[in-house]
Design a protein around this ligand. Sequence first.
Ligand SMILES: Cc1cc2nc3c(=O)[nH]c(=O)nc-3n(C[C@H](O)[C@H](O)[C@H](O)COP(=O)(O)OP(=O)(O)OC[C@H]3O[C@@H](n4cnc5c(N)ncnc54)[C@H](O)[C@@H]3O)c2cc1C
Length: 639
Amino acid sequence: MSQHAAGPATEKEARDVAEAARESEWSGPSFVRELFLGRFNLDLIHPHPVEDPAEAVRAKPFMDKLEAFLKRVDSDMIDRTGEIPEEYVQELREMGAFGIKIPKEYGGLGLSYTSYVKAMAMVTSKDGSLTALLSAHQSIGLPQPLKLFGTDEQKQKFFPRLAKGAISAFALTEVDAGSDPANMHAHAEPSADGKFFTLTGEKLWCTNGTRAELFLVMARTPDAVVNGKPRKQITAFIVEASWPGVEVVHRCRFMGLKAIENGVIRFTNVRIPRENILWGEGKGLKLALITLNTGRLTLPASAAGGGKALLQASRTWANERVQWGAPIGKHEAVAQKVAMMAANTFAMESIAGLTVGLAERGNYDIRLEAAIAKMYNTEHGWRIVDDALQIRGGRGYETADSLRARGERPIPIERAMRDARINLIFEGSSEIMRLFIAREAVDHHFKTAFALVDKEASGADKWAALKRVMAFYPTWYPKRWVGKGQMPGSFGEFGKLSGHMRFAERHTRKLGRAIFHAMVRLGPKLERRQLVLFRAVDIGAELFAMTAACVRARMLMQQGNSDATALADLFCRAARVRIEQLFASFYGDFDGEMYRVAQQVMRGEHSWLESGIIDMIQGDAPHVADASLSPELEPAQPV
Ligand SMILES: Cc1cc2nc3c(=O)[nH]c(=O)nc-3n(C[C@H](O)[C@H](O)[C@H](O)COP(=O)(O)OP(=O)(O)OC[C@H]3O[C@@H](n4cnc5c(N)ncnc54)[C@H](O)[C@@H]3O)c2cc1C
């Protein structure tokens, strides 16, 4: 007996599920949220949060052990064999690396999120597969949601095991449910007495799944009825790997992260006691999204850690390698790569450090900053790895083993590139991050004015919206034309960087105006113009990155490190050029043409272009999308 709405999710259902799971309230202020409203509220992030010195002292013994361990790890062997040796895992367990943030009272190290992400950055600089193992367990696996949503009994029961190294996994994705969880098929039916649920379904790409003792599984439970209509419900369950019906059916292998313990996990009539529900029935997707909101703080720090390692390798090589009569770093084309690598790594570390610092300071809603940090750092990290490979030339493309075999230093840039690519896909792909940020960026306008253009809104709703509009926009809009950034000499405390801060203030107001103008110009169609929204998101991300870099450089300057100013300055110069370009083509010079050609290509109208090749695709498609689902000239997915 199942009470689930049948069939694949329609666009409306997918949106309803995502909206229902969205955190509709803001738990605190957010610099980035203000920024999209055209308000440069610097006080929210400046002065830069300072790490408690006592925390660094507390973390030191663990960080020292971790560093010593990593220096001994043979990452080429891990990459070659596709396995992390058990003795490595055991050593990590013994030093507490699986319980870094778990409170001491439950046997964990009780360290802060800042210490945790520093540890992950260090691990990433050495070995991506080890990062995947530790981070899938602690960023999204059971410890984090248990900390946020677990009952006291659940914490007593699971934290001590997790702290000792019982590995956990986060199981959300399925074959048909990638970025769109509304398509989830795994389902759990309650028993007649309500004491148990019976889980059936299959989860895909579950990191740590092939080694886990505990799973956090998101599955559909019977639909709720909202306004007389069924609404899909998703619930989070803690599932023991040892229970009957839990089976690893396939270990997945990838281009990089060769030793990631990732697989397809099948659940067949698995009996789960009700007390293993985390947070509550129907709250599973919200739990997953909130977990990802904070879990996302790890990847930005990891990307910065990777950037540092690549910078070090690149500058060493740029000095050593002499071609055409000079070290290659003296040739301008290579020099600019080294310079931007350093400036971007500095900005990435600033974004990651500031975001985690704000999360720890509390009374701050971190979701937009975390999403930008994830998107921005993984994309810049990818560019850094690409530049590092180019600087190393042929050696960049050669495996570490091969370099070693012919007597050269085995610098593993080739592995770093393979390992880094997935960062733009998992934990929210770059596109999904931009959609998420765009949705939150327009939230205030949406709440204020949407009813005016909503066909389903009642007359009373429209009247209320009109009153809100009249109360907000006549004061808000004129203020977006004047501000501190127009005053010469303002932001003087930033010294040489003050001009960049003035630029950021002026362009924050310009962004607020541009989003408002786009809403007026495009009306409800704006939600389908992903490229316009994405340009707004990218401008916001650049402005946040510039501000984070300047705020951190100023803090470092006060601590006696004035070298950071040069890096922040270079980063801001480049970011300003990108921002100006994004504004210049805000509505896209040929977005419509691109969309039209894409649809022609998808219909096979240009398949003549594909002659003279051997087909890459073999076999039948598992299922072909119904083209009628996507209107001809109207992009399919609204925000
Ligand atoms: C190595 C690895 C580890 C993973 N670990 C885990 C894990 O531990 N737990 C877990 O639950 N999952 C895990 N995943 C799954 C991962 O989170 C998904 O791959 C990711 O959510 C994207 O889903 P998808 O691959 O099905 O892409 P799809 O959703 O099919 O998307 C395909 C492409 O279309 C884009 N796209 C989709 N929708 C839109 C839209 N509306 N607008 C614009 N663009 C869109 C996407 O950005 C992407 O580029 C892992 C995946 C990999 C490869």
